[in-house]
Write a protein that binds this ligand. Structure first.
Ligand code: OGA
Ligand code: MN
Length: 262
């Protein structure tokens, strides 16, 4: 696999067919994700059958209640601006961190690319941790954040659905073992262990601002045929819906876990 690594995160593969990967290459993609956070596969032009089959090589998929499924593919969902007056959610976040086992990977397949705008922006949460001041590191060592669900209609949730989970602020990545600053959008970071609400809100705002600087971010500009996959254990992401001109349609799948127990 011909790999170009990007700064401050991301890796791009230009010679790789996601429909024809060996098991060993799937392992290499996992390692690239754990190390670089995002893998961009150029020139794929695959259909949903191939996209789904590719994702299933990493493990069972998971689906968020309330998302719009792709016709005929209940494990995939559509992200689209077509016919919307309000643009989709656009702040940096981690997918479904209110679950005790949040999805390991999320992937998007470009179906329609707008003529302008609509990048997906990622942050490097290893670097965010590494560049924190020693005082902050010491103060939050061993602390946890309570991640809560937002933006899901409660009537869609069943009694068995989790709506909140505690995760370490400094979370070792399940595969690489490297420490990442693990958080989501401030609205989803409801509490920090050992801090009262005001202090928690202040710390969360500080960590979020530190994570989401331009120098800690990489904006992926979409091209036809792109499949982009990211590792929710070491990046935040956001769709930049601020100045989109034209239709933007993505098909999306999430891999439930890292497969360490299988
Ligand atoms: C997602 C997401 C951003 C985008 O798929 O989870 O946040 O660029 N997408 O569409
Ligand atoms: Mn997301």
């Amino acid at each position: 696999m011909h790999t170009t690594t990007l700064q401050p995160l991301g890796a791009e593969l230009t010679d790789t067919d996601i429909a024809a990967l060996t098991d060993e290459q799937i392992g290499e993609v996992r390692s690239l994700l754990a190390e670089h956070g995002v893998v961009v596969f150029r020139d794929q032009h695959v259909d949903d059958d191939a996209f789904l089959a590719f994702l299933q090589r990493f493990g069972p998929l998971t689906f968020t209640a309330g998302e719009t499924p792709v016709d005929g593919f209940p494990d995939l969902n559509v992200i689209s601006n077509v016919g919307r007056t309000e643009p989709p959610r656009s702040t940096f976040h981690v997918d479904s961190s209110y679950l005790s086992t949040p999805p390991a990977y999320t992937a998007l397949r470009a179906v329609e690319i707008p003529s302008q705008g609509g990048e997906t922006v990622f942050t490097n949460q290893y670097r965010a941790y590494e560049t924190l001041g020693d005082d902050v590191k010491a103060r939050l060592e061993g602390a946890t954040i309570t991640h809560v669900v937002t933006g899901i209609d409660p009537s869609l949730l069943t009694e068995d659905d989790e709506t909140q989970a505690e995760h370490p602020v400094f979370r070792p990545h399940p595969l690489s073992g490297r420490t990442a600053l693990y958080m989501s959008t401030p609205k989803r970071c409801a509490a920090v262990s050992g801090l009262d609400d005001a202090a928690a809100a202040e710390v969360v705002a500080e960590l979020y601002a530190h994570s989401t600087t331009e120098e800690n971010s990489h904006a992926h500009r979409w091209a036809p045929g792109d499949v982009v996959m990211w590792d929710n254990g070491c990046v935040l992401h956001r769709g930049d819906h601020s100045v989109v001109v034209g239709d933007r349609v993505m098909h999306r799948g999430m891999v439930a876990d890292y497969g360490l127990d299988r």
